[in-house]
Design a protein around this ligand. Structure first.
Ligand SMILES: C[S@@+](CC[C@H](N)C(=O)[O-])C[C@H]1O[C@@H](n2cnc3c(N)ncnc32)[C@H](O)[C@@H]1O
Length: 203
């Protein structure tokens, strides 16, 4: 009898150990959470990655008149080229905000290769949630609807003296301080908009 009990208990133990990964009541929940986290950034990605040609990046930063002491924020920083250019050419602190893990990895690697880790960084964050108040220069290459989603935050959070430079897309009825056409390497014209925050955001 004792032998039978021992046999049954050992059998039950062995069964539970082998079958636990399937029987675990929390397993499905965990899998759903992991799946949701993995997919989370994809649903938040509201603009595809299309890099700004380097010549246009250079002109955007010139138009913003980046100078020592500025803090450049690039919303949706892609491969990090705007952040890297700002740090390398002007020696300023530059922060990129990116949601796509592959681009975050690539851009951090680009910063490391450029030896600019002391000035430039990439934060994994949804651009719609970024506190913009530390930025003195804001760069964007997004979409018209996304510019408009950001506009109230820009208006509320940027301080007087800050500059906003947008590649390709305007801010509807905000009158730009400058609009410039910049030729890309293929000979196509790219539009760059500049707004300056005075005492109030542009209207
Ligand atoms: C058109 S690309 C611009 C890249 C870079 N700023 C440039 O001009 O070369 C837009 C970038 O925004 C990123 N992005 C899209 N939705 C985002 C979000 N919700 N939060 C952060 N980044 C986002 C994309 O992954 C992409 O890299």
């Amino acid at each position: 009898m004792a032998k039978l009990r021992w046999f049954l208990l050992t059998g039950l133990f062995a069964f539970l150990v082998t079958a636990w990964p399937v029987l675990d009541p929390a397993r499905d929940g965990r899998r759903v959470v992991t799946y949701a986290q993995e997919k989370d950034w994809e649903t938040k990605k509201i603009v595809p990655f299309v890099p700004t040609p380097q010549g246009v990046v250079d002109r955007m930063l010139e138009l913003a008149e980046v100078k020592k002491g500025d803090v450049v924020y690039d919303l949706g920083s892609g491969d990090g080229r705007i952040v890297i250019t700002a740090a390398r050419k002007y020696g300023v602190r530059a922060v990129g905000f990116e949601i796509d893990p592959d681009l975050i990895k690539e851009s951090r690697e680009n910063i490391r290769k450029a030896g600019l880790e002391h000035l430039a960084e990439i934060r994994q964050q949804d651009i719609l949630t970024v506190d913009l108040s530390p930025a003195t220069v804001l760069t964007m290459y997004l979409l018209p609807s996304v510019n408009m989603q950001l506009r109230p935050k820009v208006q509320k959070e940027l301080r007087p003296g800050a500059r906003i430079v947008s590649h390709a897309f305007d801010m509807e009825d905000w009158k730009a301080d400058r609009v410039e056409q910049v030729k890309d390497p293929g000979g196509f014209s790219r539009t760059v908009y500049l707004w300056r925050i005075r005492d109030r955001a542009p209207r």
